[in-house]
Design a protein around this ligand. Structure first.
Ligand code: SF4
Length: 835
């Protein structure tokens, strides 16, 4: 490919685009990807508005194309350190088309006589205020719960955290980040003392080996995978180890693919650690100087010989040895971790063992030697930082009185107002409290639990409770919004201003490109309006939240982060405009930001710094402040051991197969945006399940046949893809709900098929992170009808048919999906911060 050549590529069929190979230590070449409305060219665009993509946690910098006051396309930012100009299919097609749609909510809705009817803002907000005040007066703050998202902006989360903690005083706050990223946070807290990503995307450019633990990066962060592919195509290819039960595109590139049974991550990790210790690959000096807990860890892993691992996990002992050898003998190793670990049995325990591998070998905080405990959603990091997930803002410790006092002083309220008498309430418990009737006011913003939470039938019953006052704030009338008492139309990405932070701590500014449709308002404006109507005040009588703009909210957040790990004080809207995103901490000491944490081997495990005092990884029992103090960790990382326990649900005679759920490259979450981009929707339009060739043969099933998949909790009836999933396993994409049929769930009269993957999942969660278990359940599969053609599953991803029998046009090439790729030279990448 000649760099100056403009080429047409179908980025639905070719998800990662053309290769731009590069060698270890070189800059990843720039390639600018763009997609404009059909018939438009760049010369037709009125203006470009700076932003970053919000359809996964990668955080690719982009510019929004505006013409005649409308969003008409998107272009990657060449200068951005995250993506060097690239965008993936979701960013190219879904980011702007997903919000430009005639069925956007444009007016508030209130329930009258059982129906949702349009109304004005004053009526809707007064209805919320009066019920909220009534419940606060009668039952107090514990009657209120807030369940938010991983897709709002930083300023919006911080406003929500302040009004919830210092306005109402409820501990019942969480986000759907509990479903996708809670384990990333807890694994880092348990090992290092606080949240905060040690590694950087730049470690891909520098490493000798990449380990992907339960992370189908090829589909979940497509641009990051393009960076990996470009290293793999370069002259000094890093080795790749993939831990995943499916034959993903990551697995296809791997030197070792450990296709373990779902629910057996911890035995595998213990086996890898045992090999590192037994084969002398530990960095004993680093371990002695910078860690605590080696003896306990050594004892916990000792039973896990490669043969013992092979027996429990269903992998070969030689592959375990080979993977450990790659980790132990490669000088620079990057590990990434995602839902295969986070949403499985013993989530935090497994993710901590990845940290342990790096700590034992001293492969942390140096170029090419890093850990990326990934997030799922684009702004999940901000949810955690700001405390909209229940934690205290800026990684403060709810058990540390000084941390609570700092916040009380900042917000001008008494320390007793801020809930800190017990751990924050996690999402699964919030919904349990609604089920039990103690939470009667639930405000859900930018998320769709009717489809995304486990055991869907139970969640629908909870949302439908007559004693629940439910507020839903979103772009569209989702399955969840259909249960609401009040629906608030929110402004989308591109229609509001704010900042957000990606997996490797890079902060981006997103400027407002266009006006929101109708009367839709930004989430920030809605929260500020509620705080004003509720008359939330500081103790000196001043308004609790008197911000007049997102930028004022950002400045307030900077004050909150001063001196903390996530220090934003060196950033500003002005600094973030024009160049690349900048990774925190960014302050006087690190004026250009910080690429990697912990290069000095000093971790925030000091008693006065730690965000948590830790937990027992098996039971979730808290370590007391006294016990943590007695450890005298004082800057050393903690090698936390993890005894193993069996999966939460094992196959049985009635339910003989293992069920696991996951993602496809073409959809995001419950498809609220991506299904409204025609190219993405054509690629993966409706639900399916994947089973192996062996299981299909045994059950008399062929490609496309309609099957009933049943678990003890429910059933789905969907077409079959006979694919590359391992024998004995069933995979279902979790994106698909019922909104396209104007329903909130499956019809009970047999008229419409149940198809949401979470009809089958279990109500179980990790004892430390409280992240629900979506990857482990037992199911039965039965054929109910002949198919009329292939399953509606992509042929371009891990969901491809096993025998290649399905034409690639199914979910593949789409002439309308073309866009121009413009490789450009020379590379010009902006500030990535100091190493
Ligand atoms: S990789 Fe993620 S952030 Fe980047 S363009 Fe794709 S969806 Fe957007």
């Amino acid at each position: 490919m000649r760099l100056e050549e403009a080429i047409m590529v179908d980025r639905i069929a070719d998800i990662w685009g053309s290769r731009t190979p590069f060698a270890q230590g070189e800059l990843w070449p720039v390639r600018v990807d763009s997609k404009l409305e059909d018939g438009l060219e760049e010369k037709d665009i009125d203006r470009w508005v700076q932003s970053a993509c919000v359809l996964c946690s990668n955080g690719c910098g982009c510019d929004i194309a505006v013409k005649d006051g409308r969003m008409v396309g998107v272009r990657g930012r060449a200068v951005d350190a995250v993506n060097h100009g690239r965008l993936g299919p979701k960013g190219l097609f879904g980011s702007w088309q997903g919000v430009v749609n005639p069925d956007r909510l444009t007016r508030p809705l209130v329930r009258v006589g059982g129906e949702l009817v349009p109304t004005d803002w004053d009526t809707a907000m007064e209805r919320i205020r009066s019920r909220s005040q009534e419940l606060l007066d009668a039952k107090g703050p514990l009657s209120h719960g807030f369940y938010t998202s991983g897709q709002l902006f930083l300023e919006e989360y911080y406003a929500l955290a302040i009004l919830g903690k210092a306005g109402i005083g409820t501990p019942h706050m969480d986000g759907n980040t509990r479903l996708c990223t809670a384990t990333a946070a807890t694994a880092m807290k348990e090992s290092f003392g606080a949240d905060g990503q040690p590694g950087s995307y730049r470690d891909i450019d520098e490493c000798d080996a990449i380990f992907l633990f339960g992370h189908n990066m090829a589909e979940t962060q497509t641009v990051l995978w393009a960076r990996v592919l470009d290293r793999l195509a370069g002259p000094d290819r890093p080795l790749v180890v993939c831990v995943d039960p499916r034959e993903t595109d990551v697995a296809r590139e791997a030197d070792v693919h450990l296709a373990l049974h779902p629910g057996t991550n911890v035995p595998l990790m213990n086996g890898l650690i045992r090999e590192i210790i037994h084969r002398g690959w530990m960095d004993e000096d680093y371990v002695a100087a910078h860690t605590l807990g080696l003896d306990e860890l050594r004892a916990a892993v000792e039973p896990w010989t490669p043969e013992a691992v092979a027996k429990v996990c269903g992998v070969s002992a030689d592959d375990v040895r080979r993977a450990a050898q790659i980790f132990g003998t490669s000088q620079r190793v990057l590990s990434t971790v995602l839902q295969g670990f986070y949403q499985s049995t013993q989530a935090t325990a497994a993710a901590c063992q990845v940290n342990n591998l790096h700590l034992l070998t001293g492969k942390i905080g140096k170029p090419g030697a890093g850990i990326l405990q990934m997030n799922g959603q684009p702004t999940a990091q901000n949810n955690r930082e700001c405390g909209a997930d229940g934690d205290l803002p800026a990684f403060r410790n709810w058990e540390n009185p000084e941390h609570v006092r700092e916040l009380a002083e900042l917000w001008g309220v008494a320390t007793d107002k801020i809930p800190h008498w017990s751990p924050p309430t996690h999402a699964m418990q919030i919904f349990r409290y609604v089920e039990q009737g103690s939470i009667e006011f639930l405000w859900i913003s930018a998320t769709n639990p009717a489809v995304s939470m486990p055991q869907s039938a139970r969640i629908r019953q909870i949302l439908d409770r007559p004693d629940l006052f439910l507020v839903v704030q979103d772009l569209y009338l989702t399955e969840t919004a259909r249960y609401a008492d009040v629906v608030l139309p929110a402004a989308a990405w591109g229609e509001k201003q704010g900042t957000f932070t990606n997996v490797n701590r890079t902060v981006h500014l997103s400027d407002k490109a266009v006006e929101p449709p109708g009367e839709a308002r930004s989430d920030l404006a809605i929260f500020l309006d509620y705080a004003r109507r509720m008359n939330f005040r500081r103790d000196d009588g001043a308004p609790l939240l008197d911000w007049q703009s997102p930028e004022e909210g950002f400045r307030a957040w900077q004050d909150c982060t001063r001196g903390r790990i996530c220090d934003y004080t060196g950033l500003s809207y002005e600094r973030l405009r024009g160049g690349s995103g900048i990774p925190w901490p960014c302050n006087d000491e690190h004026p250009d930001g910080t690429v990697r944490l912990y290069g000095d081997g000093i971790f925030p495990t000091f008693l006065d710094r730690a965000e948590t005092y830790g937990h027992d990884l098996l039971t979730g029992a808290s370590v007391t402040p006294e016990a943590f103090s007695a450890l005298r960790a004082d800057g050393r990382a903690l090698l936390k051991p993890a005894p193993t326990q069996p999966p939460d649900e094992l196959p049985s005679e009635d339910y003989p197969l293992r069920y696991t759920t996951g993602r496809t490259a073409y959809q995001f979450h419950t498809r609220t945006k991506t299904a409204r981009a025609r190219q993405l929707n054509r690629a993966a339009p409706s639900a399916w399940v994947e089973i192996s060739q062996a299981d299909a043969h045994a059950l008399g099933i062929v490609e496309g046949d309609i099957v009933r998949v049943s678990s003890p909790r429910g059933q789905i009836v969907v077409p079959t893809r006979v694919g590359d999933v391992r024998e004995g396993c069933v995979f279902a994409p979790f994106h698909y709900g019922y909104w396209q049929d104007e329903r909130s769930g499956p019809d009970t009269d047999g008229g419409a098929r149940p198809s949401a993957a979470n009809e089958l999942t279990i109500t179980e969660w990790d004892p430390v992170s409280k992240q629900p278990v979506f990857k482990v359940a037992a199911v039965r599969v039965e054929k109910v009808a002949d198919g009329t053609g292939p399953a509606p599953a992509p042929t371009t991803t891990a969901s491809r048919p096993a025998d290649g029998s399905v034409p690639a046009t199914i979910g593949g090439a789409d002439a309308e999906a073309n866009e121009v790729l413009r490789p450009t030279a020379p590379p010009r990448v902006g500030s990535e911060g100091a190493a």
